[in-house]
Design a protein around this ligand. Sequence first.
Ligand code: SF4
Length: 207
Amino acid sequence: MRELHAGNIVTYVKNQNLHVTNICKNLCGFCGFGGSAEDDGAYCNDKVAIQAKVRLALKRGVTEICPLSGVHPEFTIDTYYDLITCVHEVGPHIHLHAFSPDEVVHAASRSNISSAEVLGRLKVAGLGSLQGTAAEILVDSVRKVICPKKLNTAEWVRIIKEAHAMGIPSTATIMYGSCESAKHRAEHLGILRTIQDETNGFTELAP
Ligand code: SF4
C-alpha cells in the first residue's frame, strides 16, 4: 500500500525530542516522566538551556524538533508561542512538530481564548505540525482509568480536526497495552481513519 502511494523510495527525517519541563498537571498513572513541581528532579528549562539543546541538534544535522514535556500548570499561550520563537531564533529552518491537543486546550483555558485562537497564534509563530499525542486510546471509559485529567475523546477529535482545517497537519498516535481491549483499539483506529478520510491531515501513525 505504501509503495502504491509513494513509489519505491523510503524517506526519513532527523528528529530530536526536546524536553522543556517534566512538571505536569495531569499525573497520568502510566507515566514515568511527568511529576509535580515538588518532586525531586523536577525541572523547567529556560531559554538559554533550550537554545543550547537546539544548537547541539543542529550540529547533529537534525531538521525537526519535537518538544515533549509535561503539561506545566502555569504555561499559557505566551509560553508556547515563546518556545517556538526561541527555537527558531537559533534554527530558523527547523520544523517544529509540537504540542498535543491537551496542551492546546490547556493554553486556551489558561489564556482565556479559544482553541482556534491558540492554534492560529502557534501557526503564526511558526508551528510546523501538531503532535497527535494525548490520544492514548480514544475511548472515554479507558481514558477515565489511564489519564482522567486529559481531554476526552470528543475534545481530542475536535482539536485535531480544527488544526487540520487551519492547514496544520498532525500525527496520530495509539498507546496500547494498558487496560484496553482489542475492541477499544479497533474503535480508536476507526476514529483516526474517519478523521483521515475527512481531512487527510495526518502525516503518520505513531504506535
Ligand atoms: S500528560 Fe504526558 S507528561 Fe503529563 S503525566 Fe500524562 S503522559 Fe506524563
